[in-house]
Design a protein around this ligand. Sequence first.
Ligand code: HEM
Length: 539
Amino acid sequence: MEMAFEILFYIILIFSLSSIFGRKFLSAKSQKCISNRLPPGPKGLPIIGHLHLLNNTPHQTFHNLCSRYGPFIHVRLGSVFCIVASSAEYAKETLVTNGLAFASRSVNIASDLLTYGSAGFGFAPYGPQWKFMKKLVTTELLSDKNMTQLKYVRSDEASQLVQLLLDNATSGTVVNVSNEVTMLSNNIISRMMWNIRCSGEDEDGKEIISIIRECTEILAQFNLSDFIPFLGKIDLQGVRKRAMNIHLRYDAILEIIIKKRHEERRKNKERNMQDAGGDNGDDHNSKNFLNILLDAMEDENAKTPVTIENIKALMFDFLNAGTDTSATVVEWSLSELINHPTIMAKARQEIDTIVGKDRLVQESDLPNLPYLQAIFKESLRLHPPVTLFGRESIQDCKIGGYDIPAKTVLFLNIWSINRDPNYWKTPLEFRPERFMPHSDQKEGDDNEYLLEYRGQHFNYLPFGAGRRGCPGMSLAALISPRVLALLIQCFDWKIACNDKGVAPKLVDLTERPGLTVPKLHPLMLIPSVRLNPFPISLD
Ligand code: HEM
């Protein structure tokens, strides 16, 4: 609500300013669009277009507009021409059939500052730098080999979470599960990146976590200056100033981390020289992302040189894209399981049968736990961590017979497609059985159980698809289901009392607006020990 008032206030201001400046800032691009054959859309207002329709849950706003005007619509946000795709057919058309045209991302004032002018990967324009980064990410940083080498990080963090929850269960303490799984996910990504834990005593870690939180907030903030060019310099909402502040803090901490790492590398090299090529005894640390990137930067024969800005920006992308997303799935899954005790019981039975009660679930068990996988998939469907993602076109193209000009921003509404009754039976129901083979199927389930999230099934795209589909999908599929399995295996859960002293019967499932969409209210639960896994041992 607050945001709606803020936007209304600025819109009135824009109208006043526009009467002074006239309409000349309406870009040539949007003028050109008007003459072409465009997808349908609501009637826009002069200058601001459809800005007034947006609130802080754009996926829901676009969903409502598409229910009225069809699955492929256009809107104009100030001077920015946008299309919204809200069906499997248009997802395929935009992400794959016209995948090259829509291979870029739009950049805004905050993301430009935070990513060193798009020097990283996630916000990089489509071109040689992005292609080089993509190769580095898929063949080195997030390669199967590196994921296997860094398995000890994920296992260690999972053990630490179980230990912490055991302590809480023993003392009967209420646990903020949302916070704990976010911290776990931050720790995993941060240790894989540069071997720093975010929780605990490490000051660098604490600063990193506070930066991540502020970034998520500012990147999700709707900034009018991104859409009304003449406001760019004015910074009405103070977004540029805040983004600059975060950027400077991020840069300062990165400088410290990189300096320390250079020093360690120098010492290791000296030690290696003395040992005449022997092991440097630092193998855990050596495969972290920062070391791989510093190796790439020091490679004098590289065709595409890697700069320090590339490294800092890429690290930013991972922190930003990889932490909250993986945690959000666990938070939603556990919430749904508590609200559906029969599903919880079935998941537990599967774990008890396949894994037993003598040891904890390991990553290697995951392929043998189909019901757990179905819960993971169903959670990604009903509560996709990324509800809406954006791309930008680099050339004119035709989609569904409509003319789409270059530099059009595409919003793909995953949230809406995942709830579309044309593709899903009882789409608003949390029902993992839809992803299970025959015996558990309800009549008319068709082939929902065959659907995978890897980007080939266009009615189910929690990780996107095509060239810019999520490179962290396999990592997320290792982290989230395993953590969820441990929470199911080791603990019984009770909902904690609210501030009125009443324990609600069901977990509240309201969404919090933002770049990723976690629960509005953190998941506050009281664990009790179901399986005491001493000694805690994970692979
Ligand atoms: C459940 C967890 C996750 C979900 C649901 C998710 C979802 C997404 C989505 C929808 C996109 C946009 C895809 C597109 O444009 O087609 C994306 C992009 C991206 N994701 Fe993820 N993601 C998750 C975890 C991760 C992790 C763990 C990492 C890395 C450590 C990561 C790194 C990225 C990057 C770098 C991009 C940008 C890729 C590019 O622009 O080429 N994500 N993710």
